[in-house]
Design a protein around this ligand. Structure first.
Ligand code: FAD
Length: 161
């Protein structure tokens, strides 16, 4: 069993593409060491991140992320155990919603609506969980057995841990 944590947050003003590149670089390095995988989406100054792996490591990493001054207003969308990883090949895939298939983009926006930054923990809310399920199902094309369709997801691909 793996543990998954989903959250949203807001970039601090002045957060740049170079800052994002640094976050992704450090995340991919650290996540490989902690056996973590996941995905980060940025949209209109917001982050949406899924982190997954051994529970202790997810929580350790999330504690670090929560203290990071480059974003604020963290809000947990979902957390809990999953039978398998949704992003098993990705130390930290990265997406701008413009890169995503329409169905996934719609789900991302509905999650933002349900859980904007600074919301209380929504991991028990059935409407949010339904959106999270749809959201994860929308990433089937990132699985190793599904051939890539040319949508860029960054260079964070790795052998499944
Ligand atoms: P270093 O980059 O060496 O950071 C050392 C310290 O400096 C940390 O406390 C860091 O928070 C701080 N820091 C570095 N650069 C800046 C800056 N420009 N402005 C302010 N403070 C800075 N880390 C992961 O390991 N895995 C993840 O999946 C992950 N996801 C993230 C998602 C988001 C949206 C953000 C904003 C950060 C994420 N991070 C992630 C980074 C995480 O918050 C820590 O910075 C990182 O884990 C610290 O690892 P380090 O000491 O090796 O990194």
């Amino acid at each position: 069993m793996f543990y998954q944590m989903f959250y949203t947050s807001e970039m601090i003003p002045g957060f740049t593409k170079a800052d994002l590149a640094r976050v992704l670089e450090v995340s991919r390095r650290n996540n490989a060491l902690l056996q973590l995988t996941g995905m980060l989406i940025t949209h209109e100054g917001k982050f949406f991140q899924v982190l997954e792996g051994p529970k202790r490591n997810v929580e350790k990493c999330f504690a670090l992320i929560g203290r990071d001054k480059r974003h604020r207003g963290l809000a947990i969308v979902s957390k809990g155990y999953a039978k398998q990883r949704a992003f098993s090949e990705w130390r930290m895939a990265y997406h701008d919603p413009a890169d995503l298939p329409e169905s996934v983009r719609k789900t991302v926006f509905s999650i933002y609506k349900l859980v904007p930054p600074r919301s209380p923990d929504r991991s028990d809310d059935p409407r949010t969980q339904e959106q999270v399920r749809k959201f994860l199902a929308g990433f089937d094309w990132l699985r190793p057995d599904v051939p890539p369709d040319g949508i860029p997801a960054g260079s964070g691909r790795q052998a499944a841990p």
